[in-house]
Design a protein around this ligand. Sequence first.
Ligand code: UDP
Ligand code: MG
Length: 313
Amino acid sequence: MEKISIVVPCYNEEEAMPIFYKEITKIAEQMKKVEFEFIFVNDGSKDKTLQVARELSKKDKRVRYVSFSRNFGKEAAMLAGLEASVGDYVAIMDVDLQDPPSLIPDMYNYIKNDNYDCVATRRVTRKGEPKIRSFFARCYYKLINKISKTEIVDGARDFRLMTRQMVDSILELKEYNRFSKGIFSWVGYETKWLEYENVERVAGTTKWSFWKLFGYSLESIIAFSTAPLAISSIIGIIFCLISFIMIVVIIIKTLVVGDPVAGWPSMICIIFFVSGIQLFCLGIIGQYISKAYLEIKKRPIYLVKETEKDNDK
Ligand code: UDP
Ligand code: MG
């Protein structure tokens, strides 16, 4: 019998987990031809998420869990889930039911019957989201798709069902700074996109503040594009041209009109402007170096404190 692994990252989700479990088991009931395993990844929650996972796995042998030693972030949690999974197909889902479990049978059928390697989802609306956030999200997708060779689909969610082959490919990418939306696209394979309307979470609150999302988007640009590194060279060339023209203008002006020492205020402005640009470019390079530094350290991406096997003892 084939097996589907459902990977669920959870961070402070004690309220949402039982609801999610109820919904997903309903789907498992419907799909009699496949086995399921549910892997809850407790990403260092401060509430009772771990206790809920323990209880569920005591009650239901299909439930497994991996619990981190602290909060490592959703990217790390997804990786841990993929590494722990043993199914022939693996799905990643949020626990807040923003990823409708009712799509899973369809996703499975697309892979089985139409030979896709992956069925992914994207939201076509951003209903219930602050306007300003949607605006920045749209700008971000435009920008990253211009400067990155890897396509990052607008509105794509992490919710997807993949074949074992694709999961193994994803696990071959050992990078420390993980940006899954880019990695899924980078590995290639045939992907079918399902579209659906945004759903609001059933319980608990979102873990993403505006600034956290902003930082995440900057990191993804650094992870999947080297275009910002070229900015300093381009600005440098433009400034050389401007200064060259200015030199010529000043020489001619001095020869014709005289008055060689005017323009102290404008000089100060130029010095400030140019050194600002220099620091900006240095900062960009610094970002890449800091990421390379973290990669070189080769620290583990997450640390596991407990799994369902410890619970069985
Ligand atoms: N999550 C996680 N670690 C974190 C932040 C979030 O495992 O540090 C999980 C969270 O429990 C949820 C999923 O990632 O299952 C998506 O988070 P959330 O619903 O807060 O994000 P949103 O849907 O608002 O983008
Ligand atoms: Mg959510």
